[in-house]
Each structure stands twice: as C-alpha cells, then as structure tokens.
Design a protein around this ligand. Structure first.
Ligand SMILES: Nc1ncnc2c1ncn2[C@@H]1O[C@H](COP(=O)(O)OP(=O)(O)OP(=O)(O)O)[C@@H](O)[C@H]1O
Ligand SMILES: [Mg+2]
Length: 278
C-alpha cells in the first residue's frame, strides 16, 4: 500500500428527496476524498444517509448540487469501475456460485472464455469456495454467500469496491470470520475500498481512514486516520490505541444520535427529563 493519491473526490454535495414541503435534505455540504489503495470506512448514526452516500458514489443517484469526481472526470452514472456490495444478497438463486461469479463478464462479453474461466477459478479460490463452486446460493451458509458476492464483484476488477454494511445480519462468529477474511484480502492485494458499517469496531480494524458522518442532513463530522500497524488482527481491538479511536468516535456518534432523538417531540421531552436527573 504505497500509492495514496486521490481516486475519488466528493465536492460540496447536496442531495434532497421528495417534493416541495415534503422535501427532505439528506446530504449537505459533503466533502470527502477517497484515497487510492486505502480502505475508507464510513460510520454514522442510523438513518443519517449512509446508503444515499453509497448510491451517490456508485452513480445510482446524482447530486442536486456539487460534484463527484473519479480520476478527474465527473461521475455520471453506474460503472463497473465502481461496484457495490450490499447487505442484501444480489446472488441469483437459480445460478451456481461459478455461474453467479461469471455472470457479469459473460453478459458484457468483454472477457475471452479461457481467461474468464481462469479468473473465476482464481477468485473462487481466493474466497475459499472451490468446493462450493457448483452449489446454488441456498446451499451456501450466510458467510459463504457473502464471499460469493465478493467474488462476483472482484472478478470485474473494479477501481473501487463500495460496501454498504456487507456483514450486517450475519451471526457474531461468522461476522468476525468475515472481518478477518476481508482484512487478509485487503492486505494481500492493493485495492481501493469504501466500507460503510454501523459497527464501530469493524470500521476501526479495517480502516486506514475513518469518516464519521453527522446526523441528517449528513456531512463529514471528522476524518480519523487509523494508524494501527498492518497486518492487523482482531486482537488489536483491545489495544489502548484502538480504545482511544473507539472512545473518540463513539462520543461523536452519540452526540449525533442524540440530535436526531431530540428532533422529535418525545425525544426532546426525554432529553429534558434526562438533564433534570440528579
Ligand atoms: N430514493 C429515495 N427516495 C426518497 N427518500 C430517500 C431515498 N433514498 C433515501 N431516502 C431517505 O434518505 C434518508 C436516509 O436514508 P439512507 O438509507 O441513506 O440512510 P442510512 O444511513 O443508510 O440508514 P441505515 O442506517 O438504516 O442503513 C431516509 O430518510 C430515507 O427515507
Ligand atoms: Mg443504509
């Protein structure tokens, strides 16, 4: 991980949804640099607009004002250079692991059959699914499905992998294994990642830089450089350094979550009574 130039730039982005009086500002004054070959983790309070930021980066949505740039050009729509792995599975149930992984390149017809087969076999090996390549998604465990999903994105060699809470919903043990697996994958091959998660510890252990988003309309509250040494492992989360990152980010997230809570009538009543406690 040597080259750290900027791959994507979010410049002063504003995004709202809905009409007139119902209009809801979701993203405001968002400025963010995504550095090449780094993992940028994004955390923010529930419902603040994280998936909207993902959709903007991917080009599924366009900003109302401001710009999203990639390698100097404006992002104007989806591209195989920017692939998203969502929380919900996008595997096609009627296709095997191998068929799911090769589906995109086959559809586009942009890889000769032999190199596609080689690439698919290599990637399926990398994600540890060699013995499951002829199985259908329903025959795979949750963790295996997530890995098949990763393989499906990786075969396209995107310039940036954008992950929207990819491990949400997995049981605790599988989630830990996936975090370890993803750490290895990132550390063994240079890749640019944007990783959205609501789990602060997951963000800290994976990240080179940690972006803390504010409550809605969301903007960048702070970017924290995570200087834990690499290769990393989950035990490092009990180090004093990791604890300091966690405490600092947690304070900000707590403040932001309280703001959204106090925005409702019952929420501000709760906060008043909370403040009056001895
Ligand atoms: N296409 C859309 N049309 C209308 N409103 C939308 C659209 N996309 C997002 N929103 C609104 O934007 C707000 C933020 O949603 P978003 O899903 O981006 O938040 P999030 O931080 O990803 O939430 P979560 O923590 O639940 O994943 C919500 O109030 C949602 O209703
Ligand atoms: Mg979301």
């Amino acid at each position: 991980m040597t080259e750290t130039s900027i791959l994507m730039e979010v410049k002063n982005v504003f995004k709202a949804f809905g009409e007139d009086w119902e209009r809801e500002k979701v993203v405001e004054n968002l400025n963010l640099d995504i550095k090449r070959n780094q993992l940028t983790a994004i955390v923010g309070p529930s419902g603040c607009g994280k998936s909207t930021v993902v959709n903007l980066l991917a080009g599924f949505e366009s900003p109302d004002s401001g710009q999203i740039m990639m390698e100097g050009g404006a992002v104007s729509g989806p591209s195989k250079d920017r692939l998203v792995v969502f929380q919900e599975t996008a595997l096609m149930p009627w296709l095997t692991t191998y068929q799911n992984v090769t589906f995109g390149p086959k559809l586009r017809g942009d890889m000769p059959a032999r190199s596609l087969k080689e690439a698919a076999d290599r990637i399926i090996d990398t994600v540890g699914l060699r013995e499951f390549k002829d199985k259908y998604p329903l025959q795979l465990s949750g963790g295996m499905q997530r890995r098949a999903e990763l393989a499906r994105a990786l075969i396209n060699q995107p310039l940036v992998m954008i992950m929207d809470e990819p491990f949400r919903g997995l049981d605790a043990m599988t989630r830990q294994l996936m975090q370890e697996f993803y750490l290895r994958l990132c550390e063994e091959e240079a890749r640019t990642n944007v990783f959205v998660t609501s789990e602060l510890e997951e963000a800290i252990i994976l990240a080179d830089s940690l972006v803390v988003l504010s409550n809605r309309p969301t903007t960048v509250r702070e970017v924290i450089q995570i200087d834990l040494p690499r290769p990393r492992n989950l035990n490092m989360l009990s180090s004093p350094e990791a604890y300091d990152y966690k405490r600092h980010a947690m304070e900000m997230l707590h403040e932001e979550a309280l703001k959204s809570f106090s925005g409702t009538e019952s929420g501000s009543d709760f906060l008043k009574s909370y403040a009056q406690q001895p």
